[in-house]
Design a binder for this molecule. Sequence first.
Ligand code: SF4
Length: 281
Amino acid sequence: MSALALQSQAACATADPDLFFPDESTPADRIAAAKEICAGCPIKQACLADAVRRGDWDAICGGTTPAERRTLVRAARRAPGKASARQLAVKHGAHLLVSLVEWQMSLEQVAVDLGSTPAAVYRAFLMLTPPRLGQQRTVPGNVIEELLNTSKEQLRTLERRGLSHSEIGVVLKAQQSIVSAALSVLRQREEGIARLSAGGRDGLQRMRGEEVRVRLESGVGLSPQDVVEAFGRTILRMRGEGKPLRRIAIELDLCRETVRRAYRVMTDSKALTRQDMGEAA
Ligand code: SF4
């Protein structure tokens, strides 16, 4: 059940939402029942495309389970005619950096956006943010990405507080070499953005504001940070009422994983003050 599912044409608009969120123990007949509803849905194709674009790997959407969608995406990656890393770097460099760094989109989401593959997006990213002279990339990129995805703000905060890389590693339960590499990548990305955003920082902010507005209106491709900004207090209030995140995601017409990450951002980084929490409750 995707963000499109609450539209009036959606065949699942009045169905039991739990039917569309299978887990490992869900019997095959329940999955088949959900797929049967999708089979007669007039927005099935749009629903499938929307789920892939948003990186929804939780729900049954467009007649596919998350596992089936992953297979489809993998097959699409192998398809010919995708933009190469060099083409991405030349044609979409600024957009690619802004999407990955500022909007914290996944490699997969950016690849879908730019009509390429996650591997090509990552290679383009490396081209746009070359290691400094004498600096070797000795840590696999996906490990760095994972640390940046989960703890970017904490990394920045701890470094600002003057902790050494090994101390940061102890706090974040990561190896020192990975912390050093992640901080280096973070700095290089920020430099890359500054270099590539012709309008300077202000131009970048304006671009971001416009993109967030479009995303909020369409409900497509929202990052956890967007969700915090737009729905943070509502999510906290609903959690205070005892609603599970899955239910909140459905009621707000948002991707469940993005809501979960947004909630973690708020509760981990204490982005909202105690007073905010009081107002939201
Ligand atoms: S395709 Fe399935 S999940 Fe998507 S809107 Fe239609 S019935 Fe709902």
